[in-house]
Design a protein around this ligand. Sequence first.
Ligand SMILES: Nc1ncnc2c1ncn2[C@@H]1O[C@H](COP(=O)(O)OP(=O)(O)OP(=O)(O)O)[C@@H](O)[C@H]1O
Ligand SMILES: N[C@@H](CCO)C(=O)O
Length: 312
Amino acid sequence: MSVYTSVSQDEMRAWLQRYALGELVELKGIAAGVTNTNYFVTTTHGRYVLTLFEVLTLAEVPYFLKLKSHLSRHGVACPAPIADHTDSFASMLAGKPACLVSCLNGKDISHPNATQCFAVGEMLAQMHLAGNTFPMRMANPRGPAWWNHTAAELYQHMPADEATLLRDEIAHQSSHRFDDLPQGVIHADLFKDNVLMDGDRIAGFIDFYYACNDILLYDVAIALNDWARLDDGSIDDTLASALLSGYQSVRPLTAAEVKAWPLMLRAAAIRFWTSRLLDYYHPASGEMTFTKDPGVFGRLLQAHRQRQHFWL
Ligand SMILES: Nc1ncnc2c1ncn2[C@@H]1O[C@H](COP(=O)(O)OP(=O)(O)OP(=O)(O)O)[C@@H](O)[C@H]1O
Ligand SMILES: N[C@@H](CCO)C(=O)O
């Protein structure tokens, strides 16, 4: 399904000469994934994942690959990019920027248990600490400025009560400053489908393509809003507490973060409500889109606004 760009065995064999990875044994397309083309590549040296970037340019890719390399070198569970004989992580293949990363032994899960939520929180905090020494910088492409101007265009399409809620929440968020909160490298999209699990162990975080510099607590809120959310849209107290305990077992939250936490959960809900609304009302033309339900995040925002207890 998500093999948009086909790579032939011959093309792959020739491209592999750039690497010290032996000879091609098998090349197999991966059905999962929405944005990029991915293949499992087996060589005489081992198993790797090939990604052909369908949107990012060759100039844009190094930030993400260098970040993954940095995190992996620091022990954070994520794929390690493989460097070629020119010491580059990416080059063109079949007309697209392409890279090879280590293949992780795990699967994404849709119904995590508390142990798994604890492990995700713990690894996220490890990632935040390891990110402190990453020298490159990236602004958040989906921060408040983005949701502000994107939502302004969406209100006209939305049911009036939902538009009022989104408008009111964005105004409320704009009146708060979070400058005193710890910042660093964040994943910014740590949903369940972006973590491969091996039982209760994290095999690896994947899909770093929204990674950027921003408020660390915002990343925790994004993860909690997905990992602790049940099928009926409600947040499970046990899963939420487990994720936060895991996080704080590595990096305890500051007093300023504890104070900002309720609003941060709401900010994280706005981010994905807005992006899903955008996909819903304006699906990108010519692209195969798999629109996810925006309403989930509207209801979650409403629930967070009424919540009295925040698991801290
Ligand atoms: N390093 C890896 N090791 C093992 N499997 C991987 C690895 N990277 C990706 N996969 C598999 O490939 C699938 C698709 O990857 P991914 O979700 O990154 O696709 P994408 O199209 O690049 O991103 P998205 O779906 O978020 O737009 C994953 O669900 C996972 O099954
Ligand atoms: N994780 C996002 C999609 C990728 O940004 C969502 O579920 O809306």
